[in-house]
Design a protein around this ligand. Structure first.
Ligand code: PLP
Length: 452
């Protein structure tokens, strides 16, 4: 969408919201729809070709507004839909859109809302991870007794996002039982199934209880992909909850040529992907799927008198308040639905492919220039590299790269982030435009610094 299209669409959206308020009294205060009404009105899958904003707004008018309790359209209309009854449209659209996205990712049917599982939009991957960890913890504690909390162990690689550590802190997992397993460059920083097995066997022999494994598809530092199938088989053997965090790289898996990174996802109990990272959806929108929604509900549900209603008591509806930490929730599915409809699957795939092609080109520029080296394999759109000065002393190389990063970022012209892998200070670059300006700019700074 270019600036002019944004202006045109933005004006239409303002008109739409203003018209809604003008006619607000014509809407019923309490929704008049039956559970499941929306699925009958919407197609089974996301559109392959983009649709017009006009078509989307007409559908909002005809199919979404009638489902409201008098509050709607995300930020503009400020609804707080925690139970089905407070917003049937928000609840049902979320179920449908996450089924669409699950199908685009070719997730197993167990994750669909039509079975025992389903999807829910959390604010962030951190919240997604926390709620599944709580579900896993409570499931095991129901079996072995609450006193066992101090013996529960959570596994992940040392490349796993820090949100796991935070989730463990909140869930009461003892710090010494939250085990980062060391990864090596020879495994491209992916979690080795052998190391996991060793760690589990050792813990079981010591009387500990293996609880949870968080594997990552696209780690934060270097976009490493953990081998889901092999890890999943181990978790099955020991009855461990298997969560897959694809916060960043999940988006790429809508392209058939990148879907293999999710091979083994059928072994997982839960999976999440941040639509607000690389899927053209504004923050916040983290999609979480779970195979056994009752595990979530058992951990997170409450049933106070003031929230009791016929639909919830009847047990035929989803009350997303029981799938998340807060009670209130925003109509986040509306924006994801609009992204899917306004771009269409093919355009979303092209968008991902274009970013990866740009990264491949940057990788090529770096690889063919002897002043630089790649530090980790590029798999998606992130390139991890560093400058290699004539003096190869590791401390000196790190210092030069740190200085280069500071010089580049202080210019305000391009932005590079960093990480440390195997003790090496690494520069991380994502390219979003066709121009090779970023690389030329880097080379100019390297030349000016005379480190060669
Ligand atoms: N998991 C991975 C792999 C990430 O890269 C990130 C953020 O960069 C997160 C989790 C945390 O994301 P959020 O900010 O949505 O909690």
């Amino acid at each position: 969408m270019d600036a002019e299209q944004l202006r045109e669409h933005g004006h239409k959206m303002v008109d739409f919201i203003a018209d809604y308020y003008k006619t607000i009294e014509s809407f019923p205060v309490l929704s008049q729809v039956e559970p499941g009404y929306l699925r009958k009105l919407l197609p089974d899958s996301a559109p392959v070709q983009p649709e017009s904003l006009q078509a989307v707004l007409e559908d909002v008018q005809r199919k979404i507004l009638p489902g409201f309790l008098g509050e709607m359209l995300s930020a503009g209309i400020n609804m707080v839909g925690f139970s089905w009854i407070t917003s049937p449209a928000a609840t049902e659209l979320e179920m449908i859109v996450l089924d669409w996205l699950a199908n685009m990712l070719k997730l197993p049917d167990d994750f669909l809302s039509t079975g025992a599982g389903g999807g829910v939009i959390q604010g962030t991957a951190s919240e997604a991870l926390l709620v599944v960890l709580l579900s896993a913890r409570d499931k095991v504690l129901r079996e072995v007794g609450k006193d066992a909390l101090g013996r529960l162990v959570v596994y992940a690689s040392d490349q796993t996002h820090s949100s796991l550590q935070k989730a463990c802190q909140i869930a009461g997992i003892y710090p010494e039982n939250c085990k980062p397993i060391r990864t090596e460059i020879c495994n491209e920083y992916a979690l080795s199934p052998e190391s996991l097995t060793d760690s589990i066997s050792h813990d079981v022999a010591s009387g500990l209880i293996p609880l949870f494994l968080c594997a990552t598809v696209g780690t934060t530092s270097s976009t490493a992909v953990d081998p889901l199938l092999a890890l999943g088989k181990i978790t099955k053997r020991y009855g461990i909850w298997f969560h897959v965090d694809a916060a960043y790289a999940g988006s790429a898996c809508i392209c058939p040529e990148y879907r293999h990174h999710l091979n083994g996802i059928e072994e997982a109990d839960s999976f999440n992907m941040n639509c607000h990272k690389w899927f053209l959806t504004n923050f916040d929108c983290s999609a979480l799927w779970i195979k056994d929604r009752h595990a979530l509900i058992q951990s997170l549900s409450t049933n106070p008198e003031f929230l009791k209603n016929k639909a919830s008591q009847g047990g035929t509806v989803v009350d997303y308040k029981d799938w998340q930490i807060p009670l209130g929730r925003r109509f986040r599915s509306l924006k994801l639905w609009m992204v899917l409809r306004l771009y269409g699957v093919e355009n979303l795939q092209s968008y991902i492919r274009n970013h990866i092609d740009l990264a491949k080109h940057f990788e090529h520029l770096v690889s063919q220039d002897p002043r630089f080296e790649m530090v980790a394999t590029r798999t998606f759109s992130l390139v991890c590299f560093r400058v290699v000065p004539a003096n190869k002393n590791e401390d000196y190389v790190n210092k030069v790269n740190r200085q280069l990063l500071e010089a580049v970022n202080s210019s305000g012209k391009i932005f590079i982030s960093h990480t440390v892998l195997s003790g090496k200070y690494v520069l991380r670059f994502v390219r979003e435009t066709e121009s090779a300006y970023g690389f030329r700019y880097l080379v100019n700074i390297v030349e000016a610094s005379r480190v060669h």
